[in-house]
Design a protein around this ligand. Structure first.
Ligand SMILES: [Mg+2]
Length: 174
């Protein structure tokens, strides 16, 4: 069985080097969603690691729902969260995101900033934006809070799981 992970991060910038305030992920396959990972990250620890805050993105956050905004305060040390995520990720086969050029690249830069290796290789990256653009992809309402990292990751994973079910889940090539 293919070990698939759907990743979602919430950031204070749109480019690699941006501060990450929340990191969430969920395992999924054509049968549905499984184990989850969810952590809030301290902005101060990101700043100490040399990550930046983009004023325009911060303005955007301030206009969001209170529940989503809660992700901006508190949180654990960046390096601790990244180590824990690497352990949780293990030897997964695929890391999905909407899109990898956002979530995976920004997360990878954060691993660099604290001197750790990200737990995946670029060839493990899969684009949810591509899969969800197929006719076979359902378009359900999001049950949780939009822009909450875990709710977003679960929502995306449920859509991906259903789409894989409808298309016939592909075998991963060795
Ligand atoms: Mg999100």
């Amino acid at each position: 069985m293919t070990d698939r992970v759907m990743l979602d991060i919430e950031t204070l910038g749109l480019d690699p080097g941006a501060t990450i305030v929340a990191l969430a992920a969920v395992r999924f396959d054509a049968d549905g969603v499984g184990d989850t990972f969810q952590r809030s990250i301290s902005m101060t620890s990101c700043q100490r690691a040399g990550l930046t805050i983009d004023a325009e993105t911060l303005d955007w956050w301030l206009a969001q729902d209170e529940l989503a905004k809660e992700q901006l305060s508190g949180g654990d040390r960046l390096a601790d969260v990244l180590e824990d995520f690497a352990e949780w990720y293990g030897d997964a086969d695929e890391i999905w995101a909407n899109s990898p050029s956002f979530d995976c690249d920004i997360l990878s830069a954060a691993y660099d900033a604290v001197g750790l290796d990200e737990p995946w290789d670029f060839w493990n990256e899969r684009d949810f934006r591509t899969l969800s653009s197929f006719e076979a992809a359902p378009e359900p309402e999001q049950a949780g809070v939009e822009h909450d990292a875990l709710d977003d990751a679960v929502h995306q994973a449920e859509i991906a799981a259903e789409t894989l079910r409808r298309l016939g889940e592909p075998e991963v090539k060795a």
